[in-house]
Design a protein around this ligand. Structure first.
Ligand code: ATP
Ligand code: MG
Length: 190
């Protein structure tokens, strides 16, 4: 059972690349963004709480997010591996993931980082907003999300580097080339 964290800024292509990896390897996929958007769509208590943060470009508080992640993980069929997409986004979340997997007799085996310059991220998210209908894909919220990424999420790069788990790939160019680079990392580890 492989546990892979796909990491990157908002709009870096985590979801797109995760889907391609799922197709290729048959991994399970946890996208915390998708989990939260489903809760919002179903108008649950959790969805209403999450919406207030997401629409404002903020992160959902760690304690809540960690509980959601654990419940989602435990409900997976868990075939050949799991891709964590959108989690962890803070150092406490990374520590919680490490503990959660350790208590289940496993660990994160790789962190795959998608590197994309900020100007490109903004352009991608603005364009996505025209078709996604996502309330957080507007210029003002995008700027907030990128700022939150740089202050709260980017420190995880050094954290995973120190764990010896970080693998960075260029996150722009042809989708297939990016995916080939990710697969090369995975095939080299396992
Ligand atoms: P990408 O385009 O690379 O998939 P994204 O910025 O669109 O990235 P999602 O993963 O779809 O982001 O998440 C959307 C929002 O959900 C985040 O901006 C945040 O408010 C909330 N969220 C998702 N995952 C987490 C998390 N691990 N901790 C806190 N909040 C989260
Ligand atoms: Mg996503």
């Amino acid at each position: 059972m492989k546990n892979i964290v796909i990491f990157g800024a908002p709009g870096s292509g985590k979801g797109t690349q995760s889907d391609l990896l799922v197709k290729h390897y048959g991994f399970d996929h946890i996208s915390t963004g998708d989990v939260l958007r489903a809760e919002i769509k179903n108008d649950t208590d959790l969805g209403r709480t999450a919406k207030a943060y997401i629409d404002n470009g903020q992160l959902i508080p760690d304690g809540l997010m960690i509980d959601i992640l654990a419940a989602t993980y435990d409900a997976l069929p868990k075939q050949s591996g799991v891709i964590f997409d959108g989690f962890p986004r803070t150092i406490p979340q990374a520590e919680a993931l490490k503990t959660m997997l350790a208590t289940r007799g496993t660990a994160v085996h790789a962190m795959l980082e998608l590197d994309v310059p900020d100007e490109m991220l903004t352009e991608r998210l603005i364009n996505r907003g025209k078709v996604s209908g996502r309330a957080d894909d507007n210029a003002e919220t995008i700027a907030k999300r990128l700022a939150v990424y740089h202050t709260q999420t980017q420190p995880l790069i050094d954290w995973y580097e120190a764990e010896g788990l970080r693998h960075a790939v260029k996150g722009y160019g042809a989708l297939d080339d990016i995916n080939a680079a990710l697969r090369a990392v995975i095939d080299n580890i396992f």
